[in-house]
Ligand binder design. Structure first.
Ligand SMILES: Cc1cc2nc3c(=O)[nH]c(=O)nc-3n(C[C@H](O)[C@H](O)[C@H](O)COP(=O)(O)O)c2cc1C
Length: 362
């Protein structure tokens, strides 16, 4: 029987209202120290009223050295918990579930004003960036692993229904995983097995603090854009091991490069479909497809084609936080979002996220 994407979906002990996910979205509403503001709470209240099954927060940095962007949420200290709780409450009031996405930027800090005196942490020295950076030592790596675990625990304490590891788009986890950026010859590099160790150690440490039953998800970069980088086969082998190690849900994206693959946005094109379908065939936990999805028909086709269990959108919810309720009411015309990525320019300028196609003055 055909699956209806508007019907509830059971994820572990949670019941999601439907099969729609709001993919993590940096919204540039935190204050300069990473604290949740009233603007953040209002944004999440609107999303929570929008009947989205699962909402993933914007990426939150696990330690000050891992900050990736201006006005990004922080989860690096217990002081952040009360503010984060407000986001959770705002979403729960509307009946949706919410996951906290956690990240360390490593040497990818292009959404931050660069400080010329700061030395950023890299997996290996890079020739492709201008910022001052150095290779992390083992002690620093262990400390960041522990920071991820503490951040996940804070997420649990703040009441989030799940935590999502940010393992894609060129940030630290991606850097560790990619043969293009990881040239280490210690236990963290030199072979596919070693380039997986960071993920595995993070999962192990997170599980120690949050327990076995708290839902742990990953947004996983399955492949580097460059053919000489992380291959699909290696990505599939890795994700299968990460699931065995304790990952409960996988959202599939690109690793280094390619996260913004969007060559032709005039037609709806779920550009990670093939990779996501390959993951769906490989793991036995829920799989989420993201990237370029804008319509009910496409969502139904993806789920009924067996290519994913859930469909995620980011940009469509920036323009229409009430997209799902509009569709539920019977107006099933596609999202007004045209997948242009101009919204990203708004946050890069440090302004609260809005659709810049609709508001060109932003
Ligand atoms: C403004 C903006 C902020 C984003 N912030 C995040 C983020 O915090 N974490 C993340 O994993 N991806 C982030 N992304 C990527 C999206 O979650 C998503 O993977 C990508 O936009 C493709 O989905 P879409 O076509 O539905 O927008 C962001 C994208 C945009 C446009």
């Amino acid at each position: 029987m055909a699956i209806n994407v508007f019907e509830p979906y059971v994820f572990g002990e949670m019941v999601l209202k439907n099969r729609f996910v709001r993919s993590a979205t940096w919204d540039a509403t935190a204050d300069d120290d990473g604290f949740v503001t009233d603007t953040s709470v209002e944004l999440y209240r609107k999303l929570g009223q929008g009947h989205i099954g699962l909402i993933v927060s914007g990426y939150a940095f696990v330690s000050p050295s891992g900050k990736a962007a201006v006005r990004q949420y922080g989860v690096h200290s217990d002081d952040m918990i009360p503010g984060l709780k407000r986001l959770v409450e705002a979403v729960h009031q509307g009946g949706s579930k919410i996951a906290l996405q956690i990240v360390h930027a490593g040497s990818q800090v292009n959404f931050l004003p660069q400080q010329s005196d700061t030395e950023y942490l890299a997996v290996s020295k890079r020739s492709d960036i201008q910022i001052k950076h150095r290779e992390m030592n083992d002690e620093e790596i262990q400390e960041i692993i522990s920071d991820f675990a503490k951040a996940a625990l804070r997420g649990k304490e703040a009441g989030f229904d799940a935590v999502q590891l940010h393992g894609c788009h060129g940030y630290l986890m991606s850097q560790m995983h990619s043969p293009l950026l990881n040239h280490r010859m210690d236990k963290w590099g030199g072979s596919p097995e070693n380039r997986r160790n960071f993920y595995l150690e993070v999962i192990r440490e997170v599980r120690k603090l949050v327990g076995d039953n708290f839902p742990l998800m990953i947004k996983y970069g399955i492949k580097d854009e460059s053919e000489s980088g992380l291959s699909l086969n290696e990505g599939l082998e890795t994700i299968s091991q990460l699931v065995d190690a304790g990952i409960d849900l996988v959202e599939v994206s690109a690793n280094v490069g390619g996260s913004l693959i969007n060559a032709d946005n005039t037609v709806e094109r779920p550009y990670f479909r093939e990779w996501t379908a390959a993951v769906k065939k490989t793991v036995n936990v829920p799989v989420v497809m993201v990237g370029g999805i804008r319509s009910v028909g496409m969502s139904q086709d993806i789920v009924n084609g067996g290519d994913a269990d859930l469909v995620a959108m980011c940009r469509p919810f920036i323009r229409e936080p009430d997209l799902i309720t509009r569709w539920e009411r019977g107006d099933t015309s596609p999202a007004k979002c045209v997948s242009c990525f101009k919204c990203l320019g708004v946050t890069i300028r440090g302004k609260p996220i809005e659709c810049a196609e609709e508001n060109p003055q932003l």
